[in-house]
Design a binder for this molecule. Structure first.
Ligand SMILES: [Zn+2]
Length: 307
């Protein structure tokens, strides 16, 4: 009894280490952020290997490609990035790779022009945080399916099938989030965070959103920005504000202390959680390293703190 068990265990370990090493060496497809990598993995299934450039908790606005990243990007058959200047320090690299003939695709390409938000102080640049709205994020599925199908035509039907399935899951998630946020009394639907990552989220789910920094984390907030925020919190009777997993927490903690409010928890704004970090709320369990789990976590944390 003992011998076959040990043998199958060893065989299992051997096989899993084989797949792991062949997968981590050089993925067929590289995605920049964890949100994009998750979507591409769902659509690619087992047909194509997928890797992410950024790890959980990494800020895409400030991310610069390392020499190892450049080598991975050079070896990949397809590169997916968000675009709309989210990966501001890598735009030139992507342009160069595209000029050299690499398939480089911004998933925001298929987001309709009229759905892109452009805040007043952004000098005409659209807000890149499109994943805040699950229904809008679903409109990027087509960009991924089209590019994967062009590069790996033998799996086209499978990509299309999984893409349609994922759109249905995102629509279900969207409807759940709308209902859940409606549990917050209307006058308390105000979300204060480190930077303006939640404009699409707020628009989709009915929250007024205020970030201490603008749509990028690249510039530091001034003393006036902080004072304005403390005044806003006091004037609006806000009881909880939020830190973001990919942004330094000190600023929000200081503002919370100055305004005498609590920190309502940590939201995932520009990166998702660690793989295997499973949370359970109201009997619903989800892994916050997936896009669906991340959005559920954000919605539940906001609803619990504000209602
Ligand atoms: Zn951001």
């Amino acid at each position: 009894m003992k011998a076959p068990l040990t043998f199958s265990l060893l065989l299992g370990l051997f096989l899993s280490s084989c797949t792991k090493s062949s997968r981590t060496e050089s993925p067929d497809v590289i995605a920049t952020t964890t949100m994009i990598a998750d979507m591409v993995r769902v659509i690619a299934g087992e047909d194509v290997s997928v890797g992410a450039l950024m790890r959980p908790g990494v800020d895409p606005h400030l991310y610069k490609a390392s020499p190892a990243d450049v080598s991975k990007l050079n070896q990949a058959k397809v590169i997916f990035y968000n675009g709309l200047l989210l990966e501001g320090k890598m735009e030139d690299l992507f342009k160069r790779l595209a000029t050299d003939g690499k398939a480089v695709r911004a998933v925001s390409d298929t987001v309709p022009q009229e759905k892109r938000l452009a805040p007043e102080d952004s000098e005409g640049h659209p807000d890149p945080h499109i994943w805040g709205d699950a229904r809008l994020w679903a409109s990027t599925v087509d960009a991924v399916v089209a590019q994967l199908s062009a590069t790996f035509p033998e799996h086209k039907e499978d990509f299309e099938g999984r893409g349609e399935g994922y759109k249905v899951d995102l629509e279900t998630l969207h409807r759940w989030a709308v209902k859940r946020v409606a549990k917050i009394p209307e006058d308390r639907r105000k979300l204060v965070t480190s930077h303006d990552a939640f404009a699409y989220f707020g628009q989709a789910y009915g929250l007024e959103v205020v970030g201490v920094q603008g749509i990028s984390t690249a510039s530091d907030p001034s003393v006036a920005d902080r004072t304005r925020m403390v005044d806003f919190i006091k004037a609006n009777g806000i009881t909880a504000i939020f830190v973001e997993s990919s942004v330094n927490k000190t600023l929000i903690e200081q503002i919370a202390a100055d305004a005498d409010v609590s920190v309502g928890g940590e939201l995932f704004s520009d990166a998702m959680g660690e793989p295997g970090d499973v949370r359970t709320v109201n009997g619903d369990s989800y892994d916050v390293s997936t896009y669906i789990g991340m959005l559920k976590h954000n919605v539940n944390a906001i609803v619990e703190a504000l209602r």
